[in-house]
Design a protein around this ligand. Structure first.
Ligand SMILES: [Zn+2]
Length: 166
């Protein structure tokens, strides 16, 4: 049986999947059929017409970008909405590792998620001066791991897996 074309929520081309995956996406309500093939499959008493073209219910935006744009929100996504100093998930702010007043840049490498308490405690000091250390060195996230985190949060990771994006 022929492969099914999957369109993104905005009708742009996304990928092709085999008919089994296409039917699964339909049955799970993650996509609607734009066009059907003549083929039908039977599951018990149910007869399902195999789709030729599917359109996703949601728009997946981040997959084909080449880099993750810098933003406070994206830092928090990278850090899994967790204070990088103490692990708290409350009252999150962005901490400049090297304070801006001392030449620290506003970048993925110099910014971490920190709770209000830790940020106040650290003030305008370096981590070594404040004796506050984070477990993971902050880096610019790659598009693939970032999309994975976002997909997990949006509960569409299984969808991406079915589409062969992962
Ligand atoms: Zn903290």
């Amino acid at each position: 049986m022929q492969n099914c074309i999957v369109l993104n929520g905005d009708y742009s081309y996304l990928n092709t999947v085999n008919w089994k995956k296409a039917v699964k996406l339909l049955l799970k309500g993650k996509a609607t059929a734009v066009k059907y093939t003549d083929a039908v499959i039977r599951a018990g008493k149910t007869v399902i017409q195999v789709p030729a073209v599917l359109k996703l219910m949601k728009i997946i935006r981040t997959i084909y970008r080449t880099h993750v744009p810098f933003s406070k929100k994206n830092i928090m996504i990278r850090d899994n909405y967790t204070c990088q100093y103490c692990g708290s998930k409350d009252e999150l702010t962005i901490d400049h590792v090297i304070p801006t007043a001392r030449g620290g840049k506003t970048s993925f490498e110099n910014c971490v998620t920190a709770c209000k308490t830790c940020n106040c405690k650290k003030r305008d000091r370096l981590p070594t001066e404040a004796h506050m250390y984070f477990k993971k060195k902050p880096v610019a996230p790659t598009i693939s791991e970032f999309t994975r985190v976002k997909a997990l949060k949006a509960d569409i990771l299984d969808l991406l897996e079915e589409l062969g994006v992962y």
